[in-house]
Design a protein around this ligand. Structure first.
Ligand code: BES
Ligand code: ZN
Ligand code: ZN
Length: 529
């Protein structure tokens, strides 16, 4: 205790010397605060980018706080002549008896919104990034409790905080600290307390869904087998959804020869998960389908060993389906969703499928497996066929399907292949809000021809050449779908984050979970689902 008081005092002294030695009026205040025992919290305040060197353009909350603090925040910020730029921060100490640190973060230009070229709401995206940086810096300073400015968009602010503070350290002895974060203005400066707290909770739940996807994707494949995946999903969702765990015999009885051909090389038994969330009575659910390859070695067409560890994330589609369902059910959206998740390992062994083998999918189509590394489309083929049996109003599948989509779009956006202009518009609208972008790709017959030219069977599982690899994979899936509202999201390029998204740490990204939740939210407003 004594040590912590000494630390506080020395921090104040340092601040006095470097910034405000000439400001006697303020110093009186600091002397008083230095003996206060209430310093256990930090505050994040937003400012807009502003060229002026003699005024600060505060957010509503920040302005009220500055007024309450007799203009100390603006005075201190104006002691240096360089205006804050978007994404930059200043940390002030000892400006309020309640907060040990007040971190001012710049959220970009006032009034920024939809940017057509970027196809994103820039205002919301800047808030996420600015707030994320702020909470991480405050954690670095040892702060345990952080109050955060809504910055004019409470939901985006909550998303930024909760996504930034995620880390996968379940397997480390030393865990990273998780300060508690809460909305600031809701409790003191705003008339609109309740609605702000609701928005904050919504943002936190959106982030929680994405964080579940990230955790599942990051988990090593020796721990996250198909069986374990099913167990975790039951734990996470069973109180809100019905979770059916189907085994190999069931898949055999359903004639899922394509799915089973991938699983057969592994000693880990395959699992087919069927999950239902009934937030409304309806006969035409939204169907979600996710690729759940818990590890992709490539099988007999084995992958090069460098970077193969990333293939633990090859169940990213399944993870994003699970993360979306977690949020949709926690938000109690009035919508009926059914999810289908084929889970297996793709391993080489004496029992593995060999190049040139022919397998039969649930709809009777035969497939020549020319490359066992193109396994995602094989397991999805049966899952898509099965999902059609439930009269879905739409089918949305997600899969870390091809390296080719990474070549095409990188981590900029998930590739979307859809037969519906209307669905495309809705998904894009959702992604503008979430900041987790999508980009439309073609489903031309040109690509279908590549996978229907086949020596031994109806289809081959690779399109001959590598050209247009993401498009031939999508064309292959199209052979297993009749639904007029089908969306296929190839998420291999957005699987992991290496610093592109400022508010996600390095590692598996859980993208595009929040876009899908927003999309389901939009669809829940339509009567049919
Ligand atoms: N899981 C991979 C795709 C992938 C690549 C995901 C990079 C995440 C990051 C998929 O199963 C695969 O191996 N696809 C092959 C297909 C090819 C053999 C036609 C590919 O993209 O190289
Ligand atoms: Zn593969
Ligand atoms: Zn794969």
């Amino acid at each position: 205790m004594a040590a912590s008081i000494v630390k506080r005092v020395s921090r104040v002294k340092k601040f006095n010397i470097s910034h405000i030695s000439a400001r006697n009026k303020l110093l009186t205040g600091f002397r008083h605060f230095s003996t206060s025992k209430q310093w256990n919290k930090a505050l994040v305040l937003g400012v807009y980018e502003n060229e002026s060197t003699d005024s600060i353009d505060f957010t509503g909350t920040a302005r009220k706080f500055d007024e309450k603090a007799d203009g100390k925040i603006s005075q201190l910020l104006l002691t240096v002549k360089k205006p804050l730029k978007c994404g930059k921060t200043r940390t002030l100490h000892a400006v309020d008896p309640e907060f040990s640190s007040v971190l001012v973060t710049c959220i970009g230009k006032r009034g920024e919104g939809y940017d057509e070229l970027e196809t994103v709401d820039k205002g919301r995206e800047s808030i996420r990034a600015a707030v994320a940086k702020a909470v991480l810096q405050l954690r670095e300073l040892g702060e345990n409790e952080i109050e955060v400015d809504s910055c004019g968009d409470t939901e985006a602010s909550a998303e930024g905080c909760h996504l930034a503070l995620f880390s996968y350290d379940d397997l480390k002895a030393e865990k990273s600290r998780k300060p508690t974060v809460r909305i600031s203005c809701a409790t003191r400066y705003s008339q609109d307390k309740n609605s702000m707290e609701i928005e904050w909770r919504k943002g936190a739940i959106l982030a929680e869904g994405q964080n579940l996807s990230r955790r599942l994707m990051e988990m090593p494949a020796n721990l996250l087998t198909p069986t374990k995946f099913a167990e975790i999903i039951k734990e996470q969702l069973a109180d809100k959804c019905e979770v059916l765990v189907r085994d190999k015999d069931w898949a055999e009885s359903m004639k899922m020869g394509s799915f089973l051909s991938v699983a057969r090389g592994s000693v880990e038994p395959p699992v087919f998960l069927e999950i239902e969330y009934k937030g409304r009575q309806s006969d035409s659910p939204l169907a979600l389908v996710g690729k759940g390859v818990t590890f992709d070695t490539g099988g007999i067409s084995i992958k090069p060993s460098q970077g193969m560890d990333a293939m633990r994330g090859d169940m990213g589609g399944a993870a994003c389906v699970a993360g979306s369902l977690l949020s949709v059910s926690k938000l109690q959206l009035p919508v009926h969703v059914k999810a289908f998740i084929p889970l297996c390992e793709n391993m080489p062994s004496g029992s593995a499928t060999k190049p040139g083998d022919v397998v039969t999918a649930m709809n009777g189509k035969t497939i020549q497996v020319d490359n066992t590394d193109a396994e995602g489309r094989l397991i999805l083929a049966d899952a898509l066929c099965y999902s059609e049996q439930f009269n879905p109003s739409l089918i949305l599948d997600m899969a870390t399907l091809t390296g080719a989509i990474d070549v095409a779009l990188g981590a900029g956006a998930a590739g979307v292949f859809t037969n519906s202009e209307n669905m495309w518009n809705k998904l894009q609208k959702a992604s503008v809000r979430s900041g987790d972008r999508v980009w439309r790709m073609p489903l031309f017959n040109h690509y279908t021809k590549k996978i229907t030219e086949c020596q031994l069977a109806d289809l081959n599982n690779i399109g001959g050449s590598r050209s247009g690899g993401a498009c031939t994979a999508a064309a292959f899936l199209k052979e297993f779908v009749n639904n007029k509202n089908w969306l296929h999201l190839d998420i291999a390029g957005v699987m992991s984050n290496s610093g592109d998204v400022a508010y996600l740490g390095k590692g598996m990204s859980g993208r595009p979970t929040r876009t899908v939740i927003e999309f389901i939210n939009l669809m829940s407003k339509e009567t049919k689902n």
